[in-house]
Design a protein around this ligand. Sequence first.
Ligand code: SF4
Length: 230
Amino acid sequence: MDLSRRLADISRRLGARFGRPGRCAHEGDPVRNLILTILSQNTTDGNRDRAFSSLVRRFPEIPRLAGAKPEQVEGAIRVGGLAQAKAKAILSALVRLKREHGKYTLDFLQTMALPEARAYLTSLPGVGVKTANVVLLFSFGKEAFPVDTHILRVAKRLRLVPPAADLSRAALSLEPHVPQGEQMPLHLNMIRLGREICRPRNPLHADCPLLPVCPEGIRDKEKRSALLHK
Ligand code: SF4
């Protein structure tokens, strides 16, 4: 089966188990989504949300945030970890938007083709392919496919990407094959699968809706069964 058909099949199986995902924290204003996504790097959703709420409480309007000192921003987002790097990324993105567009907006990305829009976002310091794709998918409805560490692990076990693929390579190689309209549900349901079932250690193959189509799950199952019959 080719990659496009495999991804369609995987999305259907995940949808049958988990349903179509509801609203996501990343929907909404693109600049706020960019900030939220920068805050989500290397931390849990809970700490990301705490850091974002703290930042919005301290700086309710974007122009006030843009005018803040780095130490003030760092203080507001400390709970999310990597505060210095994240504060720098947020502030430099805002400075660049104001300088190039006269205001704090990313609306100009709407009319750009996906590769150009992604190239713009990844040219901002501290913004990688994953962050750019989250903004492009959730705020603009573009056909980007963000890959996080959960999706990367699941994709490797399913042999959808090579074992050495990193987040960016996996995202760019899977993206053209994700069926139209499935980017968001597949992204969210693969993350859910990675958290609940295809965990880093002790994946629950027997309870996995993808077991019939997963080389690693099938191999592990066969190994266990061979051990039992020794
Ligand atoms: S069968 Fe196992 S390895 Fe494959 S996706 Fe499911 S939990 Fe992960």
